[in-house]
Design a protein around this ligand. Structure first.
Ligand SMILES: Nc1ncnc2c1ncn2[C@@H]1O[C@H](COP(=O)(O)OP(=O)(O)O)[C@@H](O)[C@H]1O
Ligand SMILES: [Mg+2]
Length: 441
């Protein structure tokens, strides 16, 4: 028998063996006594003799050749192994670059829109530009603003938040720019404004769309000139503040109707971050649910809970008009309501979530217009709902609908209902059974 050890970087991986040959001819006596030993074990002596007859005796040259061959095999294994490990490393590195990050600071999400958001945040890390974050309520705009600050060179100075919609105009003025003693009733001493508090740091102007036109002018001046005058004051003060603004309003539309200044819009919208609503990134729901469950259970020193499959399905189907904030609150509520139960059953869900999609009827079906269009609309809705309900099980759905599987596939193509498209557009602006309307019921 010839053996060759395989090891990589001193780590033993295994051996290659070559056997079933004879190094020198076996004498008749030796074979006879070996046969006797085999028969003593109850095995077939004749079969042993036949096998011995077929066994090749190697010449010195052949033995040398076989030695080399075994060595070669073990070297090849080492080469392949090293090559595969290298490729694995490369694949891992590429995967990391491509994303599949599950979180960014305290933001959770692994969907494509979130990956894109993370790489945008990476790119603006060292920039000083103003940022406008746009997105519906509860999508995480403030979290993004914080991430921008805490990853920036300003991170050691303050991050200051102002909710522009929480103050009336005069109060916001004094809140942002400060005031001097006696400038208005109640101004009993000088007060520093939030712009000054945020000096060298970041000022987060939340709900900037709710700022009055007068305040918009003042804000523009501070951003442009870096100086401000406190309410009732005369001397100008220098500030070095980076502004991050957020809104859930369509500022472009506000510009058209004359309620938002175009010059301010362009001044703050140097970098634009759009946060997609949760219904457009439903892949993130399971990771968010796990995250909120883990956090909530830990806070309350409870063993880790999990949602029943049905409950998770309901959560997945619901369009979440209040986005992550709404989901966060729902999970918190479920943790409390489930008490000692580790498994959270679907019947604990809030009514609106539990009952969403329960409706097997299509509402708002058109009763006027072309019959063909109305039928197509109904067909599309039924297929879309059916696909979701059956988890894209086309065979099952075809059976339910009483059509062939091939027929169903054709219709799925016709209406653009393939899985990827539908999870993106789910309950979006699509026709017919819109999500948020039902959700409010
Ligand atoms: N990607 C996310 N991962 C984890 N929690 C999030 C995420 N986005 C938002 N949240 C949470 O949801 C809530 C709402 O976020 P917030 O930033 O206040 O939203 P917005 O300012 O857009 O209304 C907060 O409690 C926040 O921590
Ligand atoms: Mg907010």
């Amino acid at each position: 028998m010839i053996a060759s050890r395989i090891s990589i970087e001193n780590e033993y991986l295994g051996s290659v063996f070559a056997y079933s040959y004879l190094e020198k001819p076996v004498t008749a006596e030796a074979q006879k006594s070996a046969r006797a030993a085999v028969e003593a074990l109850g095995l077939d002596g004749e079969a042993f003799d036949n096998a011995m007859a077929r066994m090749k005796t190697l010449t010195e040259g052949e033995k040398k050749y076989l030695f080399e061959l075994v060595d070669l095999v073990s070297q090849e294994i080492v080469t392949f192994h090293t090559e595969i490990s290298k490729r694995e490393e490369r694949i891992n590195a590429l995967n990391n670059q491509l994303g599949s990050r599950y979180s960014y600071n305290s933001m959770i999400g692994k969907s494509k829109p979130m990956q894109e958001l993370y790489s945008l945040l990476d790119k603006i890390k060292s920039s000083e530009s103003t940022v406008l974050v746009q997105g519906e309520n509860g999508t995480g705009k403030e979290l993004i603003a914080r991430a921008i600050h805490y990853n920036s060179p300003r991170k050691d100075s303050q991050f200051v938040t102002v909710n522009c919609s929480a103050f009336n105009e005069n109060l916001l003025d004094s809140e942002l720019f400060g005031h001097v003693k006696g400038s208005f009733t109640g101004a009993i001493k000088d007060k520093k404004g939030l712009f000054e508090t945020a000096d060298k740091g970041t000022l987060f102007l939340d709900e900037i769309g709710d700022m009055s036109p007068t305040m918009q002018v003042k804000l523009l001046r501070v951003i442009q000139e870096g100086t401000l005058t406190p309410v009732g004051g005369t001397e100008q003060r220098k500030v070095d503040v980076r502004v991050v603004a957020a809104t859930n309003k369509d500022l472009k539309e506000m510009i058209e109707t004359g309620t938002f200044r175009e010059d301010l819009y362009y001044r703050i919208n140097v970098i634009n971050v759009v946060v997609p609503p949760l219904r457009d990134r439903k892949e993130d729901i399971p990771v968010l649910v796990d995250h909120f469950l883990a956090r909530g259970c830990k806070e309350k020193s409870l063993p880790m809970k999990a949602l029943a499959k049905r409950a998770l399905e309901r959560i997945f189907d619901y369009p979440w008009p209040g986005n992550i904030r709404e989901l966060e609150n729902e999970i918190e509520r479920l943790i409390v309501l489930s008490g000692d139960e580790v498994r959270i059953a679907a019947d604990l869900l809030s009514q609106r979530i539990r009952e969403h999609g329960d409706n097997a009827k299509v509402q708002g079906v058109r009763v006027a217009g072309k019959l063909k269009d109305a039928l197509e609309e109904l067909e599309k809705t039924m297929i879309r709902e059916g696909l979701r309900r059956t988890g894209w099980n086309k065979s099952r759905l075809a059976k339910e609908l009483g059509i062939s599987r091939a027929g169903l596939i054709m219709k799925v193509e016709k209406y653009g209902l393939d899985k990827r498209k539908i999870t993106r557009a789910i309950d979006g602006s699509g026709s017919g059974g819109g999500g948020s309307g039902e959700a409010a019921a």
